[in-house]
Design a protein around this ligand. Sequence first.
Ligand code: SF4
Length: 255
Amino acid sequence: MMRPPPKATEQHARASADYADKLARTRALLTRSIADFSPLKQASSLGAEDVVITHLINSLALDIPVFVLDTGALHNETLALLERTQAHSRASIEVYRPDHTAVIQFVRQQGQESIFRTIDQRKACCDIRKLEPLKRALTGQRAWITGLRREQSTNRGAVDPIDKSELTTLGRIKLNPLADWTWGDVWHYIATEGVDYNPLHDEFFPSIGCAPCTRAISLGEDFRAGRWWWEDESAKECGLHATHENAKTSQKAPS
Ligand code: SF4
C-alpha cells in the first residue's frame, strides 16, 4: 500500500539554532506594538506565516484585530480555514471583499482569463480584488502586521521587523515580526503549538493566494515559484507589498 505523502509539519518543521531568541523577539514586538503603533491590524492571507502570527496574537491575548481579503477567487480549503479561524479566534477576524460591481465589470469586459495574457490585466484584477479592499481595511490604521520574511524571495531580502519605508508616502508603519524566521521555524511553531493550517500546504503549496494564480511547486523550485508562474520574477508581487526599493518612491501603492 502506498504511504501518503508526509504532512507539511513533517516535511518542514526544523527550528533554527536561535529559534527561541527569534520567538522571544517576535513576542516582544507584538506585545509592545499595541502601545507603540496603535491603531493597528494584522493582515492575514491564512498562509503558514499568518496563522503563526494570529496564534501568537491570541495566545498573548493582544487586542489586535485580524483582517482577511476574500478576493472571491480563494481555494475552498482557504475559505474553510477562514471559517474555522472565525469560530476559534479570540481576536476579531474581519473579512473584506472586493466591490461586486467592479468584479463583474472586469470579468464581463476583459474576461477573467485575461490575467494570463498581460501583466497589466493581471494587475488590474489584483487592484480590484485585493488593493481596493486592502485600502478600506487599512483606513485609519497607523500600522499593519504582515507575515513577510526575508527568505521568501529576493524582493523581500531586505525586510525589516519595523519597516518605516511607507511612512512618508502612505502614513503607515509595517511590522514584520517574522522577518528573520526561516520556513523551518514557521513550521516548527505550527507543529509544536498545534496550529490549524491550510491543508494545501500538505500538497506542496508553500505560498497560497487566489486559486487561478497559485500552483503547487516541485522539488528544488523557488519558494514563490507557484505564484504568477507565467510572469517574470521581478513582477511577482500583487502590490500589497511594494519591494524595498519601490516602497521608498511609490506614491501609488496602497499598501
Ligand atoms: S492573484 Fe490572480 S485572481 Fe487574485 S486578484 Fe490577483 S490576478 Fe486576480
